[in-house]
Design a binder for this molecule. Structure first.
Ligand SMILES: C[S@@+](CC[C@H](N)C(=O)[O-])C[C@H]1O[C@@H](n2cnc3c(N)ncnc32)[C@H](O)[C@@H]1O
Length: 298
C-alpha cells in the first residue's frame, strides 16, 4: 500500500522554496511532497499536518532521514492556532493536496470505496464521532437530499434519500449501493459514485474546512509566500478558483475619478489550472482528476 504523489515536481516548482523558509504541508499523507520540500530546505523548517493517524505514522517513516520538520496531528482548519502554539506567525509557503491518500481509499475498513462490502465509515480522522452510517440513519429526508445534491451533484438525490429512509437502518456500503443501483440504473459509470463523494464531503466537512484554511493561509503568508492547492473534484476547485479571484481583484469604485488603489493580497500565478502530464496520467490513473492552482502573497 503506497500513495503515489500527484503533481510532485509541479507543486514544488510553484512553492518556489526558499532554503531558509518556513513551509507547511497541510496534507502530509504519504509524505511524498514533504520529502521533496525537505530536500530543498537548508536551514528552513517544515510543519506537516494530517488528521489521519495512519498517514502520520507512514509519513514519519518516509521522512526518517530529516530532522527539520514537525508533524502536527490536526485538521488543517486549526492551522493558525496550531502554528501559533509553535510561535509561528508567518510562513513562506503552504501546500494543500486535498482529498484522500491511496492507503485510505484502499483500506476497506475505512469505508471510502463502493466496490467492497464494508462499514459505512468514511472518517479521515478516526477520533471523530460522525460517520457516514450516522448520517444515513439519522438525518432527515431534506438533509440527505441536500447533501447528495449539493456535494454530489446527484440529480436523483430525493429518490435516493427516500429509499434510504424506507430501508433504514443501513449497515454496510452494499446496503447503500443496492439503493443507488435501483435508482441510477441507467448510469454509465458506477451508480454510487456521486453519493459516496457527497457523503465523504459531509462526514469530513471538506468544503467548509477548505474555505477556512485558505483564509488562514493568506493571513499567515509572508511577502512573496506561496499558496499551492491540488484539488480532485470540481466543487473543491471552484472554491479555490473563486477564492484566488477574490483575493487578487483590485476594486475600483464606479464613476469615481480616483486613482486605483490596489488592496488585493494575492497574485494568481497559474492563470489556468495545471494538470498532470500524459506520462503521469498513464503511470497513476488516480491523478486523472487533479488540478493545481497557485498564488503568491503580495
Ligand atoms: C492526497 S493525500 C496527501 C498526499 C501527500 N501529498 C503525499 O505526497 O503523499 C491527502 C491527505 O490529507 C489528509 N487530509 C485531508 N483533509 C484534511 C484536513 N482537513 N486536515 C488535515 N488533514 C487532511 C488526508 O488524511 C490525507 O492523508
Amino acid at each position: 500500500m503506497k500513495h503515489e504523489t500527484v503533481l510532485l515536481e509541479e507543486a514544488i516548482h510553484y512553492l518556489n522554496i526558499k532554503p531558509n523558509g518556513i513551509y507547511v504541508d497541510g496534507t502530509i499523507g504519504g509524505g511524498g511532497h514533504s520529502k521533496l520540500i525537505l530536500k530543498h530546505l537548508k536551514d528552513g523548517f517544515l510543519f506537516g499536518f494530517d488528521q489521519d493517524e495512519f498517514a502520520i505514522q507512514y509519513a514519519k517513516e518516509v521522512l526518517k532521514d530529516y530532522t527539520n520538520y514537525k508533524i502536527i496531528k490536526s485538521n488543517f482548519k486549526y492551522l493558525k492556532e496550531k502554528l501559533a502554539e509553535e510561535n509561528i506567525f508567518g510562513i513562506d509557503g503552504i501546500l494543500l493536496d486535498l482529498g484522500l491518500s491511496s492507503f485510505q481509499i484502499d483500506d476497506e475498513k475505512r469505508g471510502f470505496t463502493y466496490l467492497k462490502d464494508t462499514t459505512l465509515d468514511m472518517r479521515m480522522n478516526q477520533d471523530q464521532e460522525l460517520t457516514a452510517q450516522m448520517i444515513l440513519n439519522t438525518y432527515s429526508l431534506e438533509e440527505l437530499a441536500r447533501i447528495f445534491f449539493v456535494y454530489g451533484e446527484e440529480k436523483n438525490s430525493y429518490k435516493i434519500a427516500h429509499r434510504i429512509i424506507d430501508q433504514r437502518p443501513l449497515s454496510t456500503t452494499m446496503d447503500l449501493v443496492k439503493i443507488t443501483d435501483q435508482v441510477n440504473y441507467k448510469e454509465k459509470g458506477h451508480s454510487a459514485k456521486r453519493v459516496f463523494q457527497a457523503l465523504r464531503i459531509a462526514v469530513n466537512d471538506e468544503l467548509k474546512v477548505l474555505e477556512e484554511v485558505l483564509r488562514d493561509a493568506v493571513d499567515l503568508l509572508n511577502h512573496d509566500g506561496r499558496l499551492v492547492v491540488i484539488t480532485f473534484h470540481s466543487l473543491e476547485d471552484r472554491i479555490v478558483k473563486h477564492f484566488f479571484k477574490e483575493e487578487s481583484e483590485t476594486f475600483t469604485p464606479k464613476n469615481m475619478p480616483i486613482l486605483r488603489e490596489d488592496k488585493s493580497k494575492m497574485e494568481i500565478i497559474t492563470r489556468k489550472p495545471v494538470y498532470p502530464s500524459l506520462d503521469e496520467y498513464e503511470r497513476n490513473p488516480r491523478s486523472k482528476s487533479a488540478k493545481l492552482r497557485a498564488a503568491r502573497k503580495k
